[in-house]
Structure formats: C-alpha cells, structure tokens
Design a protein around this ligand. Structure first.
Ligand SMILES: NC(=O)c1ccc[n+]([C@@H]2O[C@H](COP(=O)([O-])OP(=O)(O)OC[C@H]3O[C@@H](n4cnc5c(N)ncnc54)[C@H](O)[C@@H]3O)[C@@H](O)[C@H]2O)c1
Ligand SMILES: O=P(O)(O)OC[C@H](O)CO
Length: 410
C-alpha cells in the first residue's frame, strides 16, 4: 500500500531479455500499468545487443533478409522475435541495449540473465545505479570461486552493494508468456527500513547465513544498505507482490532467499539426470527415482552449506522446490537437451548449440560448479546424483551407470 508521503514511483528495469527475461518484462509491464501509484509505467528491458535476421516463417517477415539490431526489432514489432517469438509485448516494454542507461534511476532491478553473465554485468553496472536500488534475482544458478559458493542473489547484492531477493518456481517461460496458469515463489527479506511494515506473520525473517562464505553475515547486509528514501512507496511484501503477481502467475512471498535460490539452481542438475534416463528409454519410474534422490540432495545441500537459512519446507512446500523439479524434468530445456544428447549420441553442448537458437542451458555449468565446490569440501560422496551427472558430462561415467552410482553405499 502506498503511504500518503510517497511522492515518487519506482522505476523498474529488467536486466536480461532472453526467453524468461522477455516473459518477465511482459508480466512486470502489465503490473506497472495496473499500479500507477506505485510504479512508473514504462519498463526498461536491457538487451544484450546482437544482429538478427527475421526468419521467413515469422509473422514479421517483410521480405528483407538483412540482419537488424535485436533491440530495434523488439521496439518496432513489440515482440522478441529471437527469444520469445509470437508473443506480443505491451508497448510499455522498452528494449534498451545500453546497460547503464537502462538501469539509470531505477529503484528495482530484476535480474534475468543466464548465471554465467551475472558477475560481468554487475561489474559494468557498479557505481552506475541508485545507491538505494533493490533487486530481485530470477536467474537460476550458483557462483563458485576460490572463496566458496555464492547464491546469485548474493553475487548481485555484494557486487552492487544493494539488497537482492530471489524469484524462482515451476516456471517454463513459454507457458507463462501464453498466460497459462502457473505459481512462483518470491523470497524477499527486506531491510526493515524499506518495508515500513512488520514482517508478515508466518514468514519469520531469515538471516541469510552462508556457512561457506563468511563475508556474508547476518546483520551486515542491512547495516551497509542505503535506506530507500521515504518519498518512495515502501518495498514491502505487499508491493513486491503487486510487481509480479498476475491472474495467470500466482506469487507466494517468503523470506527464505537461500532456499528459493538453491531450489532454482540445483533442480537443473536433477533435470539433466532425468533427461539422461529418459533418453535411454527407461520410462517414468526411472525418472521418478532420480527426482527422488535429487530432491533429497537438494535439501541436504541447503542444510549442509546454508544452515538454518535454507528451510526444508521451502523445498517441499513452495513452487521453487519439488514443483520446479517436476516441471523441469517434464518439459524444461535441460531435460530435453540431455534426453536428445543420449538419443542422438551427441554431446549436450552440441545439442544446446543446434537446438536452442542462442538460449542457454544452466544445468551443465551448475553441475560443474557444484562439483567443484563439493570437491573442495570433500563432500562428493554425500551427493551421489550430483556427482554422477558431473561425471557423465565429463565422459567419466555413462547414463547407464546412474542406478549403481546413486545406490546408497553401506
Ligand atoms: N526460460 C525459462 O523457461 C526460464 C524460466 C525460469 C528461469 N529461467 C532462468 O532465467 C535465466 C535467464 O534465462 P532466459 O531463459 O531468460 O535466457 P535464454 O537462455 O533464453 O537466453 C540467453 C540470453 O543470454 C543473453 N546473452 C548472451 N550472451 C550474453 C552476454 N555476454 N552477456 C549478457 N547476456 C548475454 C542473450 O542475449 C539472451 O538474452 C536463467 O538462469 C534461467 O535458468 C529461465
Ligand atoms: O528450461 P529450463 O531447463 O532452463 O528450465 C526452465 C525453468 O527453470 C523451469 O522452472
């Protein structure tokens, strides 16, 4: 609810314009239009610029086979012809290839980039955003370095010195873009100075204790933040919900940023395993077996490395947990590409290149990063499915070995 003192509106930028990025821009722009007292109507969408030739089968093909700048194409036909074809975008989505310009004066940055581009993008933005901007990370992945493991929301928060929450769920973008019903989980544990409201009951505030990265300590996060000026409406759960909830996209708000982020990242490894066994033609029982083991490893990973800040209930009760595992293992890109790789006896990288038209898999790099981290902790044996997926990607094991590799060792 906007307070009487709020005179300014939040400007929102979507940082990313792939399949999910463009879908998020569409639904957020519908909401900024519907909530004019809270948000500026126009939504900037940062486009990683590239040249694109409209294919002959596109409804926008005009007979020209000349490549054009993707951002200009999006603004002229109100469609992301490359990453989200055949979906009309509202006219208040403005594609912008200039990253600092797209984010200038924005109080809310919605990050929707493949995880491998987050660090570089944040470094390009550092010092060029409002100090009191806030962010929501919709990227699914983790960031592993010699310092340990970071959630993408932590990487963004630390990189830009702002607060960053997370949005993740059983969310295949193409379905949501067509406005087919779906749920999502938004984790936003705002600094008290932003909400100007008590934390909703039933959602106790969770300190994001990263057990592996001691630089991220509870309390430190809020202490260093620049307060949101009181001229803006508070960024309470209620107002965050108004930014993302649509009749076809139901939002549940929680405070467990670690759980929501980990669910989104780790389910992509499970989806690869499901694709491998399905590619062998082993059927639904085999898929269910790897999903079961994968969900247990996901929960164990949260407990072992993020402690009490990642709650089991987030994985079991929210869309970002078991539900995302189910949808990702049914129709996600990681599942589909892993399945094709086995069927065609090709590498998953080659399939990604041929089949995804520039879209990026997150499961392969996440499996590698998670393994690098588990090795550094001496914990590979505690996560046999994650380790099996890594070994299959590295050519050190075969999909046929999965049952033996995930069998508990006594
Ligand atoms: N697509 C989905 O169904 C879906 C759903 C939920 C979450 N996600 C997550 O959202 C994130 C973004 O995925 P997506 O589907 O929007 O993207 P995508 O895979 O469809 O597209 C790849 C994007 O990366 C951009 N890109 C390429 N090189 C780049 C560079 N050097 N720097 C910055 N950007 C570059 C491309 O321009 C394009 O926008 C991922 O973490 C993904 O797991 C995707
Ligand atoms: O297509 P994927 O495998 O990247 O998964 C998409 C979404 O994350 C499903 O929730």
């Amino acid at each position: 609810m906007a307070t009487l003192s709020a005179q300014r509106k939040h400007k929102v930028t979507i940082v990313g314009s792939g399949n999910w990025g463009t879908t998020m821009a569409k639904l957020v722009a519908e909401n900024t239009k519907d909530n004019p007292s809270l948000f500026e109507e126009k939504v900037q969408m940062w486009v990683f610029e590239e040249e694109y030739t409209i294919p002959k089968n596109s409804r926008h093909y005009s007979g020209s086979d000349q490549p054009e700048k993707l951002s200009q194409l999006i603004n002229s036909v109100h469609e992301n012809v490359k990453y989200l074809p055949n979906i009309t975008l509202p006219p208040n989505v403005i594609a912008n290839p200039d990253l600092p310009d797209a984010c200038k004066d924005s109080t809310m940055l919605v990050f929707v980039l493949p995880h491998q581009f987050i660090a570089r993008t944040c470094s390009q933005l550092s010092g060029k955003i409002l100090p009191y901007a806030r962010a929501i990370c919709c990227t699914k992945g983790v960031d592993v370095s010699e310092k340990g493991i970071q959630l993408m929301s932590e990487a963004i928060g630390k990189g830009l010195n702002i607060y960053c929450g997370a949005l993740s769920g059983a969310n295949i973008a193409s379905e949501i873009a067509k406005e087919l019903y779906s749920e999502t989980t938004v984790a936003y544990d705002p600094p008290p100075m932003d909400s100007r409201h008590p934390t909703p009951s039933g959602s106790p505030s969770s300190s994001q204790v990263n057990l592996i990265n001691p630089e991220i300590e509870p309390g430190k996060r809020s202490a260093n933040l620049t307060p949101l000026p009181s001229e803006y409406p508070p960024l309470s759960h209620e107002n965050i919900r108004k930014l993302f909830h649509r009749p076809y996209f139901h939002v549940h708000l929680v405070n467990d940023v670690a759980g929501v982020s980990l669910g989104g990242a780790l389910k992509n490894i499970i989806a690869l395993a499901a694709g491998f066994v399905d590619g062998l033609g082993w059927g639904d029982n085999a898929k269910a077996a790897v999903m079961r083991v994968g969900i247990l490893e996901m929960v164990k990973f949260g407990k072992m490395f993020f402690g009490e800040s990642s709650r089991t209930s987030t994985f079991t009760e929210e869309s970002c947990g078991v539900a995302d595992v189910i949808t990702s293992c049914s129709g996600g890109r990681n599942f589909r590409c892993a399945k094709m790789a086995v069927e065609r006896k090709e590498s998953i990288g080659a399939i990604e290149e041929k089949e995804l038209n520039g879209q990026k898999l997150q499961g392969t790099s996440t499996a590698i990063e998670v393994n690098q981290f588990l090795k550094s902790q001496g914990k590979e044996a505690d996560f046999p499915l994650f380790t099996a997926v890594f070994n299959i990607l590295e050519g050190k094991a075969k999909p046929q070995d999965i049952p033996e590799l995930i069998e508990p060792k006594h």
